[in-house]
Design a protein. Structure first.
Length: 150
């Protein structure tokens, strides 16, 4: 059976061990380096961050306005544009020429970023509409469209 003196000694040692444990944890936390903020390295994270943080209703040029971006799925971002003069001049827009120009810009090695949606294998879907026509046309592209130019 434990005497009162033994019980007091047991509690003292328990309290000392608790203090030593707390001190050890605090010292360890104080001496560790603070981790850098995480960067979106995975494609799905990058797509979500891009879609959420990109400006909406931004005029690209005199004929085109970026309406919004949406994270369609884990590897696709959809970009919606409004053609401002399309309703008055339908012939002014050529979807194939626009696709060719956009793909050429993305496939140019000068514009290629290592940690971009495009470089990580993501797919872009461009959707064009106007005030009166919800969808004039759309196209999608990814790194495979570059055919060895990167």
């Amino acid at each position: 059976m434990m005497t009162d003196e033994t019980k007091k000694g047991f509690w003292r040692w328990g309290f000392v061990l608790l203090l030593v444990g707390i001190a050890a944890v605090l010292i360890k936390q104080a001496t560790e380096e603070t981790p850098e903020p995480s960067k979106p390295t995975f494609l799905s994270d990058l797509i979500i961050v891009t879609a959420r943080t990109h400006a909406r209703n931004r005029k690209v040029d005199e004929n085109t306005e970026l309406v919004r971006m949406e994270a369609t799925n884990s590897h696709t971002i959809t970009v919606y544009y409004s053609l401002l003069n399309y309703d008055s001049d339908v012939s002014s827009f050529n979807l194939e020429a626009t696709k060719s120009a956009v793909v050429n810009i993305f496939c140019d090695p000068k514009n290629f970023e290592k940690q971009s949606i495009f470089s990580l294998g993501g797919t872009y879907v461009y959707v064009f509409g106007s005030k009166n026509v919800k969808e004039i046309g759309r196209f999608e592209f990814n790194k495979k469209n570059c055919e060895g130019s990167l």
